[in-house]
Ligand binder design. Structure first.
Ligand code: SF4
Length: 325
């Protein structure tokens, strides 16, 4: 059986302009990831700003085309789909973004936002059935239909708007949800509720989720698997608990160790300075991209790119510490 989604050796290079010598930035480099068809998973794609995680989300959504590699949905390259296949893909893969306000038309009431997919996907045979579905979807995300249906987006809080977007997902019931920083603009006290709703989507509606975050502490309660990116490359990936309990890559160790224990739900504070990352993105770094700041760097690290190797069935790392032993 094909996987539901496969990101296969994907690289994305953006041109940066430049009149005499054109410059390029590699946002994503040789990233591969599989989401199975027969098992529901919540996969966390984590990294600092500039790590390439949102570029990956945009490629999965079909907003931008990979420079090389493929995004396959049930074995079919999404850029080679027929119109009919693409329409189905758009239904089966839905997204919620950081700022729900941007996804909602300010001139439409919430009722209209929810009626859109009900009508388009012919989910109801009558207006009263459509109303019932919209109400149920709002109740599923802990919103009072009487309170929100006739309001405009600007009359709702950020948390309520994100819930409306999730109610829309409940109606469409995609196979895969791309959740790109869905709680980063929401009040800390409401984040757990939104994450719980995403978790329920996985359990009740058998939906997988690609959860994209710069804040590792929000992934603890929901993830099965984690992939951590640094400057567009995978540093470490595997079973969530295995990686978090026993991180191997020096960068990942630094990030995870910076979450104060015993309360792993605290915010992830060990950030590499964004300015450093921006500079590093524009430079062509030979060997391991982390070698300039790695406390364990060896001579080989500035010369050769470390391959992603299997430590065991559930854990992979890209670091010469594990290739030279
Ligand atoms: Fe550090 Fe070398 Fe491993 Fe890179 S490959 S993380 S520089 S030890």
């Amino acid at each position: 059986m094909s996987d539901l989604l496969e990101i296969k050796n994907v690289t994305k290079i953006f041109p940066l302009g430049g009149i005499i010598r054109k410059k390029y930035v590699t946002a994503v480099e040789n990233v591969s990831l599989k989401i199975p068809e027969d098992k529901q998973v919540i996969i966390t794609l984590a990294g600092e700003s500039g790590s390439g995680k949102t570029t990956i989300a945009n490629m999965v959504m079909g907003f931008i085309k990979p420079t090389s590699g493929e995004i396959l949905f049930r074995g079919k390259n999404i850029w080679k789909m027929s119109k009919k296949e693409r329409k189905r893909y758009r239904k089966e893969v839905q997204a919620v973004f950081q700022d729900p306000f941007e996804s909602l038309n300010p001139f439409y009431k919430i009722r209209y936002v929810l009626m859109g997919p009900i009508k388009k996907l012919k989910l109801a045979n009558s207006q009263s059935e459509a109303d019932k579905l919209a109400r149920e979807a709002l109740l599923d995300v802990n919103l009072d239909p009487d309170e929100v249906l006739d309001k405009y987006p600007h009359q709702l809080s950020g948390g309520q708007r994100q819930r409306v977007m999730l109610a829309r997902v409940f109606l469409i019931k995609p196979k895969l949800l791309i959740a790109d920083e869905p709680v980063s603009m929401i009040d800390v006290s409401l984040r757990a509720d939104i994450l719980k709703i995403i978790h329920n989507l996985e359990k009740e509606y058998k939906m997988s989720c690609l959860y994209i975050t710069h804040d590792l502490s929000t992934a603890f309660s929901i993830s099965n698997f984690i992939m951590i990116l640094y400057l567009g490359s995978v540093t470490e990936e595997g079973d969530f608990e295995t990686v978090v309990k026993d991180p191997k890559h020096p960068y990942v160790r630094m990030l995870i160790n910076s979450i104060p224990l015993p309360n792993p739900r605290s915010r992830w504070k060990g950030r590499v300075k964004l300015q450093d990352i921006e500079i590093a993105r524009l430079e062509k770094i030979s060997g391991c991209k982390f070698h300039n700041r790695c406390p364990e760097a060896m001579p080989i690290c500035s010369k050769e790119v470390p391959p992603l190797i299997d430590l065991n069935e559930h854990h992979k790392v890209a670091c010469h510490l594990y290739t030279t032993t």
